[in-house]
Design a protein around this ligand. Sequence first.
Ligand SMILES: *[C@@H]1O[C@H](CO)[C@@H](O)[C@H](O)[C@H]1NC(C)=O
Ligand SMILES: *[C@@H]1O[C@H](CO)[C@@H](O)[C@H](O)[C@H]1NC(C)=O
Length: 458
Amino acid sequence: MGSIRNKGRPLAAHQAPLCTRTHRIGSLLLVFATFFLTRLLERSFPSCPDLSRHHHVPTAQSHVVFTGGGSLFWPERGYGSHLSLKIYVYDEDEIDGLKSLMYGRDGTITTEACLKGQWGTQVKIHKLLLKSRYRTTKKEEADLFFVPAYAKCVRIMGGLNDKEIDQTYVKVISQMPHFRRSGGRDHIFVFPSGGGAHLFKSWATYINRSVILTPEGDRTDKKDTSSFNTWKDIIIPGNVDDRMTGTGATLVQPLPLSKRKYLANYLGRAQGKVGRLQLVELAKKFPEKLESPELKFSGPEKLGRIEYFEHLRNAKFCLAPRGESSWSLRYYESYFVECIPVILSDQIELPFQNAIDYTQISIKWPSTQIGPQLLDYLESIPDEHIEKMIAHGKHVRCLWVYAPESVSCSALHGIMWELQRKVRQFHQSAETFWLHNGSIVNRNLVEFSNWKPPLPLP
Ligand SMILES: *[C@@H]1O[C@H](CO)[C@@H](O)[C@H](O)[C@H]1NC(C)=O
Ligand SMILES: *[C@@H]1O[C@H](CO)[C@@H](O)[C@H](O)[C@H]1NC(C)=O
């Protein structure tokens, strides 16, 4: 398994020639002793600051074990050697407005409905966090705060309009003293669609310092600014149909390479986008190589899920051009039919870039080079190489699955590691002050425990 490993290791290998054998055995023993001791200490004194994070422990449990065997090493740099974080999840009854953001103004939008489709991540992440061992119910000890909202779904179902979403978010955060304390820096929001945080119109005023989980890196088609910030936000995988990602019976099984009819396919609507229109044209010229059927994604002839995946699996390469936004669910889906994704979206941001080498599992081709040269290039790639990429993709794809925390490799694990890097020991903002005796106060010298909602914003 070459695609993911602990980036700390090559360093250790360079140092190895300098060490004698006894040194090495000695240091290994030390490492194990440190590891077990810190574990023991953590258990006996759960309130102790976690000093083990500051030691360099090369063999520590920084890896997640793959379900299919083999190991996934998370790089240690900046992440610590193991997951140790506490997340407070706001309760829907605790903050006035959260329920509207989850079930609409009349409370009639069901969670089951919001769970489906490509935006289901906003529900799944919330549900998984509620059951997570990293959840805390004590705000005092929380490193991070999660604000649950299913606003994308609620909006689509007519449960709230844009203006209501905007006002409700503002109302919600004005009731959170902890948000005020940190200026939102330790608060997490999920925006599951291409629009990212733009779903909350005034995001730039209120939550521009918060950690935003989104599948999207940019949204430049309709908005001139991107709400995504590479350094504070986290890219999350899209929500692939559970029946394709489950370990049990799946909707559609992958085909052997030799049984696939097409070199490549593009399944999607053109939506008037240049790259997509070029693909549709290309498919007309080379119908035996590139499949791009006219698919109905709505209405009475709506393509069924099974049919969709049956098309998707019938090519060696699955083209994922940009649409309204740079992100495409197809990119993730293709891993589950073992089709190599070809990204035709220059601005794309991908999840877990600190851990995954995307050259081993996918291809990114310039969107300005969509034409016969793309097909010629794809045709030149030998099947053995394709098989190798598929094998790597099979190892990595567990990171796209919103599986329960008990599953050792999942999207949630990846997200947790990324969140751990965002943890600050101290929380402050332009409106937060502190005194000699540790009291946190506001501009009027009111102690934090007495900050009463509604709090001034931003
Ligand atoms: C974030 O919002 C604050 C408050 O409105 C503003 O002063 C600041 O310039 C914004 N920062 C960015 C990066 O947009
Ligand atoms: C800290 O000092 C301030 C100002 O002297 C005082 O008002 C506050 O009660 C003190 N806080 C604690 C926790 O002792």
